[in-house]
Design a protein around this ligand. Structure first.
Ligand code: HEC
Length: 137
């Protein structure tokens, strides 16, 4: 019985760990592997990520690009273009909570890409983007 309980506790820890233990590097690696399935040899590019971040998509007037809310400076606060709420800096150097949960990353990529780009982002775009944000482009 004691052993069973220990196992359960370990299982719980292991699964909780997998939710919170993501890092920018592990996320880039995951998206890179996914992108390589359709583009063999894909390697993430901070330069492409930077272009993606500042590119005007022409989909939404209010939020033409990612900087509309996140600002141009990765180390500074952003401001939500609609609610005017403060958004913490994008750079993990300035904000250690960045890119530490794949669930959070997926949730916001889905929402923001749909609004700004007009579709969901690809694994390649996500890998490039996190690479750029981590390296400062
Ligand atoms: C309408 C405002 C708005 C726009 C435009 C916007 N975002 Fe965001 N984004 C947010 C908010 C709000 C959050 C959640 C708060 C936070 O993480 O600080 C967020 C969080 C994120 C996260 C989660 C990061 C993490 O901490 O793990 C990612 C990734 C992201 N945005 C990517 C993008 C990309 C890529 C674009 C452009 C295609 C974009 N955002 C445009 C408002 C916006």
């Amino acid at each position: 019985m004691v052993i069973k309980k220990t196992c359960l506790a370990l299982l719980f820890l292991a699964s909780a760990n997998s939710v919170f233990a993501d890092t920018p590097a592990s996320l880039v690696a995951g998206y890179t592997a996914e992108a390589a399935k359709t583009t063999p040899g894909f390697t993430p590019s901070a330069k492409r990520g930077h272009e993606f971040f500042t590119r005007g998509w022409g989909v939404s007037k209010k939020m033409p690009d990612c900087t509309a809310c996140h600002g141009k400076d990765l180390n500074a606060d952003g401001k939500h273009v609609v609610t005017e709420k403060r958004i913490a800096p994008f750079s993990p150097a300035a904000n250690p909570e960045r890119f530490t949960s794949q669930a959070k990353v997926e949730k916001w990529f889905k929402r923001n890409c749909t609004e700004v780009v007009g579709r969901e982002c690809t694994a390649a775009e996500k890998a490039d983007f996190i690479q750029f944000v981590t390296q400062g482009g």
